[in-house]
Design a protein around this ligand. Structure first.
Ligand code: PRP
Length: 213
């Protein structure tokens, strides 16, 4: 049986993914010895895990370095090509929202500046509303942009709401729900079909309702 290489989003999603794999009967204890290690092979050689940044998961899968990727739908919306999106894993659930300081007026008719790490999501959302906005691309710590006057509001991921609260922001509009997806390299789906579907057969019974979108 050929080894499946899986590009896994480092951080919050990593823990939830390994928990899901364990529930599916896949022993992931070989991942626990890590300090700064980024590549792990299971003792039975069935899986190789690469720990990478979310936005790089699609790159590894698109180039065929990884057969499978596990990454949030938020990243797939911004990087939509070069792989098959196969499963909603029902983990990493959160939502996209428009948030700002309490004095923000979403319905005034001024042209708004929107700070975000997700320019595609943000511009699609406001375009569909028929609102012309200026998108300001930010790489992180987006929450401070309205506080400091860089933007009128932000479009960002909200999971627990703690980051918004601690920075004095509130939600004005919810855009959509998101969750983690399993993506597959197009050639790998042919070459390693039986290995990939064997993994799906193990995962599917333990997946709990995703955020279908
Ligand atoms: C996301 C998002 C918020 C935070 C929301 O950032 O951009 O900052 O999580 O989570 P909360 O509602 O539970 O507070 P992430 O932690 O993914 O880090 P990043 O800014 O490096 O992308």
């Amino acid at each position: 049986m050929a080894c499946l290489t899986i590009a896994l989003t480092k951080g919050r999603l990593e823990q939830q993914t390994l928990f899901l794999f364990e529930k599916a009967g896949i022993n992931c204890s070989f991942m626990q010895e890590k300090q700064r290690k980024l590549i792990f092979t299971s003792p039975d050689q069935r899986f190789k895990f690469l720990l990478v940044k979310a936005a790089d998961v699609t790159t590894y899968v698109r180039h065929g370095v990884a057969d499978i990727g596990i990454v949030g739908k938020d990243v797939l919306v911004e990087h939509p090509h070069g792989y098959y999106e196969m499963l909603d894993l029902g983990i990493g659930k959160c939502k996209f929202s428009v948030a700002s300081i309490p004095s923000y007026e979403p319905n005034d008719h001024k042209r708004k500046r929107i700070a975000t790490k997700y320019p595609t999501i943000a511009s699609d959302y406001f375009r569909e509303k028929g609102e012309d906005v200026e998108i300001i691309k930010i790489e992180g710590s987006v929450e401070i942009a309205p506080v400091l006057g860089l933007a009128d509001a932000i479009v960002d991921i909200v999971e627990t709401g703690t980051t918004l609260k601690e920075n004095g922001l509130e939600i004005f509009e919810d855009i959509c729900l998101i969750s983690a997806r399993l993506i597959v390299n197009k050639a790998a789906l042919k070459r390693k079909r039986s290995e990939i579907f064997q993994l799906f057969d193990q995962l599917e019974p333990v997946i709990e309702g995703g955020n279908d979108n």
